[in-house]
Design a protein around this ligand. Structure first.
Ligand code: HEM
Length: 223
C-alpha cells in the first residue's frame, strides 16, 4: 500500500506538500524566535537555552530539540527525494524526437528547482556557521548565539549569503505553499484567490522577518 502511494506521482506530490508544510511551521517559529535578538543578548541567549530545556522534567536536557531535528531531517530528505524523482519523471515523459520542439520547464518549475538547490546549500552553510561553528567568522562561542549572530552579520559575505537565501526562501514558499494547497485539495475556484494572498503574505512576512536580523546588525541597532 505505502509502496503504491510512493510510486505514484500524486503520492510523491503529497509527500512534498506535507513535508513542506512541516518545514514551514518550523520556519515560522524560527523566524519569530530570531526576532528576539532585538530584545538583547540576555533574552536571546536565554531563549536558545530554553530550546534545550523545554519539556523538562519529562524530557531530558536537549531531547525535545533532538526530536525536532529528527523530524526536520526526515522532512528535508523526503522533500528532496520526491522533488528529484518527480523531476526525473518529468524529463523522461518529455517527447524528445524533435530537438527544435524541446519544451522548457515552466518558469515556476525552474525557480522551484534552483530555489530548492540554493536552500539546501544554505542550510548546510547555516548549520556549519551557527550550530557547529565550523565556518563561523569570529571565535564561535557555544551557548552564546547572540554574539555568534552578530559576528556572522558583521561580515559582508555573511550578509550576502543570508539575504540571497532569504529571498530564495520567499519565492520558494510563495509557490510551494500554493502548490501544496492544490495537491492537498484545498484549491477551488472560489478559494484560489484567497490561497494566493495567503501564500504571498506568508512568504513576504517570512522573508522580511528573517532579513530583519542582518539588517539590525548592519544598521548597528543590534550590536
Ligand atoms: C537571518 C536568518 C536566520 C538567522 C539569524 C538564524 C539563526 C539561527 C541560530 C542562531 C541558530 C542556532 C540556534 C541555537 O543553537 O540555539 C539557528 C539554527 C538553525 N536554523 Fe537558522 N537562522 C536564520 C535562518 C534560517 C533559515 C531560513 C532556515 C531554514 C531554511 C534555518 C534553519 C535552521 C536550522 C535547521 C537550525 C538548526 C537547529 C538545530 O538543530 O539546532 N535558519 N539559526
Amino acid at each position: 500500500m505505502a509502496r503504491t502511494v510512493w510510486d505514484s506521482s500524486v503520492g510523491k506530490k503529497t509527500v512534498m506538500a506535507v513535508s513542506g508544510l512541516i518545514m514551514l511551521l518550523y520556519l515560522v517559529a524560527h523566524m519569530i524566535g530570531n526576532l528576539k535578538i532585538y530584545f538583547g543578548a540576555g533574552e536571546f541567549n536565554h531563549y536558545a537555552h530554553w530550546l534545550r530545556t523545554v519539556g523538562e522534567p519529562f524530557m531530558h536536557y536537549g531531547w525535545t530539540l533532538w526530536l525536532v531535528r529528527v523530524v526536520l531531517v526526515v522532512a528535508v530528505v523526503a522533500h528532496a527525494t520526491s522533488a528529484y524523482q518527480l523531476s526525473r519523471r518529468d524529463l523522461r515523459a518529455r517527447p524528445s524526437g524533435y530537438a527544435h520542439k524541446k519544451r522548457r520547464a515552466s518558469y515556476a518549475t525552474r525557480t522551484m528547482r534552483w530555489g530548492g538547490v540554493i536552500l539546501g546549500l544554505f542550510i548546510v552553510w547555516h548549520l556549519l556557521d551557527l550550530t557547529t561553528g565550523t565556518v563561523h567568522s569570529g571565535g564561535f562561542q557555544e551557548g552564546h548565539p547572540y554574539q555568534n549572530v552578530v559576528d556572522t552579520f558583521s561580515t559582508w559575505y555573511g550578509d550576502v549569503v543570508y539575504i540571497v537565501a532569504m529571498l530564495a526562501l520567499g519565492l520558494h514558499v510563495r509557490h510551494g505553499f500554493w502548490s501544496a494547497a492544490q495537491t492537498l485539495g484545498a484549491g477551488s475556484r472560489t478559494r484560489d484567490r484567497a490561497l494566493k494572498t495567503v501564500a504571498n503574505v506568508l512568504a513576504a512576512l517570512l522573508t522580511a522577518g528573517f532579513i530583519a536580523v542582518p539588517v539590525g546588525v548592519m544598521t548597528g541597532v543590534v550590536s
